[in-house]
Design a protein around this ligand. Structure first.
Ligand code: HBI
Length: 97
């Protein structure tokens, strides 16, 4: 069973992740990515989708044109876990805005 992160690990991880924030009222992290156009935004989502399927861990997200609003949490853990750190790190490595 995957566990939610301890407060310390979580705060430390968040410090290293540019633009990620705690979500109000829910155990989750959020970030809004802005790209130059829909092509860039959807390319990002496609790469993330492949990563998500490979790791069996999926983001919640909302896309309009060049904007992708991402929520990361681990449903099986009831909160943010190591899997969300890995996912956020991956998104940071591929996001070109
Ligand atoms: N994605 N974000 C997220 N959280 C989960 O707990 C999760 C998931 N994708 C697949 C998955 N769990 C599977 O382990 C099963 O729950 C289907």
């Amino acid at each position: 069973m995957i566990k939610a992160l301890t407060k310390d690990v979580r705060a430390q991880a968040l410090e290293q992740l540019d633009g990620w924030q705690e979500m109000d009222g829910r155990d989750a992290w959020v970030k809004t990515f802005i790209f130059s156009d829909f092509n860039e935004a959807f390319g990002f989502m496609t790469r993330v989708a492949l990563f998500a399927d490979k790791h069996d861990h999926h983001p919640e997200w909302f896309n309009v044109y060049n904007r992708v609003e991402v929520t990361l949490t681990t449903h099986d853990a009831g909160g943010v876990s190591e899997r969300d750190i890995k996912m956020a790190q991956f998104m940071e490595t591929i996001a070109v805005s």
